[in-house]
Design a protein around this ligand. Structure first.
Ligand code: NAD
Length: 523
């Protein structure tokens, strides 16, 4: 497996091509080219209710119209998938894997256009948008490769006179519920995992990024997934998301999003209703409140750079983002002063600008929530740095709070924005203790030059993805399988070797090969 390379924006040709595609995409957007409709049985359906998707950098700009599915559309989609499920489950795994490679190819061919749409609809800066697209491509290639590995039946033990075989089968109908912050990579990864394992699959994208998801859905069908093995249902999570989670026909739910919604889905999915065939399997990737420890002997140049990128990249709207820094002993004052100085230079601006580092938040509601929180927290904590923002767009300024009380809400609750909290501790052991005193366990980081402390972090800093002497975001498929534990999620790591098994049901068949009797009439 070879990961797709990121675009090198230091090369003028790449920059020019990318800019050109953004401009072409902007023209198509202004002509009303992009829309999202439910896709059921391969047919696009316009529905009674639609919403306009807008650009978070400039809310006056419309990206496209999104037709919301309602419960009747869910029932139609489920009927179509029930009809198609068996045939899809019996399609040879190698064929399904090849279709994933075609989906990857479909995205490769539209790579810059997909990035441009991510820039416009999700508000991601250039590099982050390109990263989103290549991660989606990697998921397809990796899960295709993984399916090839898992498909063959294998003999458990070689016993004379007995054949014992172990193999995997699809669970049935898969429901994918996606967030907006990786608007292509996450819905794509979850959807193709469910499809390649032979489950007929519904994708319910996040409301805010339905247009990007609609382009992906089109690519899925064009690549050869049968029309009654895949349905795309844009719509309101609390309405159709909840309805589908409750539905007796759903066998596996794969969710990525907030802790509140994730826990609600886990609870609801555990209630078995009359006529339900399976206990629903739930895979839920949820939030984070990730800490970086800066040791007393850390290289502060590296630590400042790594924390700045991890905390403020995509405006802190990554589940893996750093939102807490724990600094040991004498490193505290120089680290805090240097990161506040460095933060003055980061570019906050519209996502289309190539120099933008901190983009807007996804929507007005998020912006208002975070601005109110910052106002509240600044009464109780020391706001050492507050950046500035453009007037238009859903921006919030990057903020750094220092001397933060580790029992406070600022320290413990996920904000999902460019808001960083710093605290000082006396020893590296205490730093690990403070880092782990969180309900979440997704990512974590350590900057240290002490082999003893690095070894201690390996052993004790128990988070899903631990990064040593580097930034803590940007996991790469297969290279850094990604996912957390505790309140950060249940399930195996995305982009890792245990992921597909969650969408499969193992079976064992034992056959007595000795006492067959004699049936001459069959010879
Ligand atoms: P969200 O929980 O608000 O929404 C996620 C999805 O759930 C959306 O499609 C939404 O429509 C749907 N939904 C909402 N209510 C529902 C309900 N009652 N029943 C069924 N579906 C419902 O999350 P978000 O704001 O889109 O994403 C941000 C959150 O996602 C953050 O907490 C972030 O940490 C988390 N996240 C986690 C990971 C990870 O890998 N652990 C990755 C990305 C994002």
């Amino acid at each position: 497996m070879k990961n797709e390379s990121p675009l090198d924006f230091t090369i003028a040709h790449n920059r020019d091509e990318f800019q050109k595609t953004i401009e072409e995409t902007n023209v198509r957007i202004s002509q009303g080219h992009y829309k999202a409709t439910p896709l059921i049985g391969g047919k696009a359906i316009t529905t009674p209710h639609s919403e306009i998707s807008i650009d978070p950098s400039d809310p006056d700009q419309q990206i496209g119209e999104v037709w919301y599915a309602n419960k009747e559309h869910c029932d139609q989609a489920l009927k179509s998938l029930r009809e198609g499920a068996e045939s899809w489950s019996e399609t040879p795994a190698a064929e399904r894997a090849d279709i994933l490679r075609k989906i990857a190819q479909g995205m490769r061919e539209r790579r810059n256009e997909l990035s441009a749409l991510i820039i416009r609809e999700a508000g991601k800066p250039w590099k982050e948008a390109d990263g989103d697209v290549i991660e989606a491509i990697d998921f397809c290639d990796y899960y295709a490769h993984e399916m090839d590995r898992l498909a063959p039946k294998h003999q458990t033990m070689d016993v004379m006179g007995e054949g014992n075989y172990y193999f995997y089968e699809p669970r049935g109908l898969g429901l994918i519920i996606a967030p907006w912050n990786f608007p292509l990579a996450i819905p794509c990864g979850m959807t193709v995992a469910s499809l390649v394992t032979g489950n007929a699959t519904i994708l319910k994208p996040a409301e805010q990024t339905s247009i990007i998801a609609a382009v992906f859905a089109q690519i899925v069908l064009e690549a050869g997934v049968p029309a009654n093995a895949f349905a795309f249902l844009p719509g309101d999570g609390e309405d159709i998301g909840a309805y589908l989670v409750d539905h007796i026909d759903i066998d596996v739910i794969c969710f990525t999003g907030s802790k509140g919604v994730g826990l609600d889905i886990i609870r609801k999915a555990s209630e078995v209703k009359p006529g339900q065939r399976n206990v629903k399997k739930v895979i839920a990737e949820m939030g984070g409140k990730n800490a970086v420890i800066v040791d007393e002997d850390a290289d502060l140049d590296e630590a400042v750079k790594g924390v700045l990128y991890s905390a403020f990249g995509h405006a802190g709207q990554k589940c893996s983002a750093c939102s807490r820094v724990i600094i040991v002993g004498d490193a505290y004052e120089p680290f805090v002063s240097r990161i506040c100085d460095a933060a003055k230079d980061i570019a906050v601006g519209p996502s289309q600008n190539p120099e933008t580092f901190v983009n807007p938040l996804i929507d007005f509601e998020s912006q208002q929530r975070v601005l109110n929180l910052v106002d509240e927290y600044k009464n109780e904590h020391n706001l050492a740095f507050r950046g500035t923002t453009p007037h238009k767009g859903y921006f919030v300024p990057p903020c750094i709070f220092t001397d933060v009380d580790t029992t406070s809400a600022l320290w413990n609750e996920e904000i999902f924005a460019p808001v960083l909290a710093c605290c000082k501790v006396s020893t590296f052991e205490e730093a690990i203790h403070v880092a782990l005193k969180s309900q979440y366990a997704l990512t974590g980081g350590v900057f240290s030059r002490s082999p003893k402390n690095i070894e201690l972090a390996w052993k004790k800093f128990r988070v899903g993805n631990l990064y040593i002497n580097r930034s803590i975001t940007g996991a790469i498929v297969c290279r850094q399988p990604f996912g957390g534990s505790r309140m950060s999620g249940v399930g195996s790591k995305a982009g890792g070797p245990d992921y597909l098994i969650q969408f499969l049901e193992p079976r064992t068949v034992t056959e007595n090969t000795m006492r067959r009797g004699f049936t001459p009439e069959l010879i």
